[in-house]
Design a protein around this ligand. Sequence first.
Ligand SMILES: C[S@@+](CC[C@H](N)C(=O)[O-])C[C@H]1O[C@@H](n2cnc3c(N)ncnc32)[C@H](O)[C@@H]1O
Length: 421
Amino acid sequence: MNRLRDTLHASTGLMPTDADLERALRDAGGQRTMPAPEDYAPLPGTPAFEALVDQLVVPESWMLRDPAVFTEALRFVQQRLAARPQRAVRILSVPCAGGEEPYSMALVLAQAGIPASRCRIDAVDLSQAAIARARSGRFTRNAFRGADLAFRERWFTRQGDDYLVDDALRAYVGFSQGNLLALADRAGLPAGVPAAGVLPPYDLVFCRNLLIYFDAPTRTRAAQAIANVLADDGLLLSGHAEAPSFCANGFVPVHTGFVLRKRIGPAQPATAMAALADLPPLRRRARAAPLPMAPHRPAAATPAPPTAPARRPAPDELLAQARSLADAGRLQQAEAACRTLLDITPDSADAWFLLGTVQASAARPHAADTSWRRCVYLAPDHYEALCSLALLHEGLGDAATGAGFRQRAARIYARRGGASA
Ligand SMILES: C[S@@+](CC[C@H](N)C(=O)[O-])C[C@H]1O[C@@H](n2cnc3c(N)ncnc32)[C@H](O)[C@@H]1O
């Protein structure tokens, strides 16, 4: 098992527990019928290795996940096309899971009237099963989680219980199985690791909800890989909780917490986000009293500071405002909006989650820790809060606490059926 775990980690960055590995070996059993011998370790690139990887990855994703990210992406593409009308814009989505992220980007482009000939999306994931799903273009209801699903009626066709993506969106995207880490240091990897379908430099790279599964050295390799394929004047769109890790590894925030660019030239003084990675380990905190949890609502588009309102906004409006302010990098106002909301509904897990995200972006990890813990106290299945806590603690050098949160997140994922679509 140790040899197998080492091979998996060196090649892919995955860090399965013993229990995960035993389950994966059992479930990938099509490849073998006997229990694995202690030194069983198929080579990367072999069918046995790929089958095991498929059992270990977390291909959790959904359409228009974090809508503000796609708003930023569209704005950038439009600026790029205006500045260089003769060149198509090139986008990389890695990891793309079952295709939810690149199809979402295609949808946003199509709705903005930008044709596939003007913008090409390469989409890559380690899991061959995820790539097969992405190519099939078939999604279950689980891939559509917002309240406003009008886009589904326009761009997907119902087939039984599933939804099939429109050919017009397929035209934007090319899928390949590949390993991001292979782009960091090909020479240092075991033979047979693919890095197919990637043709740098890219104007825009989506790399979201991947670093949360990696340890610190692997996060550095992943950031290096992204730096290798991103144009010097290109943008990286990261997950909210992952931006500090990128900023500790050669990236700087642009104007919004999750929009980053490469740091060019000598290292600059630590940004607020990079500083997050340098703080001492956290102390454990007492838990707050349990309170009922609030439902999730998607962000609305029009922010307005919640100071001195003529009438008190409804909690949903306040949450939407707070999200928009956070997405616009207006952290103080976002925090104020979260606190106003929490004054009205102190049991809103989503408000605590957002408050933690804002505090993490402002390099206040202790405050973020408290808020995210409150969130998972109120909503023990809050997957994103658990992932954020895992990354926060691992970034702060408390690997054991980070691993605990990571395992809780993995259990929730497994309970949901382990499917992203
Ligand atoms: C949680 S999904 C993220 C999908 C999407 N970016 C999003 O935010 O919704 C994580 C994906 O990372 C992929 N993955 C894990 N290690 C990888 C690696 N070394 N290279 C490329 N993809 C990887 C997994 O197969 C899985 O589909």
